[in-house]
Write a protein that binds this ligand. Structure first.
Ligand SMILES: [Zn+2]
Length: 69
């Protein structure tokens, strides 16, 4: 696999790209895919426990997409 730059973490990687859960089209590295999955899991858990997950934290998670589009 050729090296490519992940738009999310800005690292040059050679892993297989995955599709971001944030827009369902941008290709990101496997590390970022895992991060998104963990983030979504934490949000789901916080909602289940009726804990409020900080809005700015969720907004920050999508911040990198502004540079992509
Ligand atoms: Zn990445």
């Amino acid at each position: 696999m050729n090296e490519w730059k992940c738009p999310k973490c800005k690292k040059t990687v050679d892993c297989h790209p995955g599709t971001s859960r944030r827009d369902n089209k941008t290709k990101i590295c496997s590390e970022c895919c895992t991060d998104e999955a963990i983030f979504d899991f934490q949000v789901a858990q916080a909602k289940q426990k009726k804990k409020i997950f900080p809005e700015n934290f969720i907004a920050l998670e999508k911040e990198w997409l502004k540079e992509v589009n």
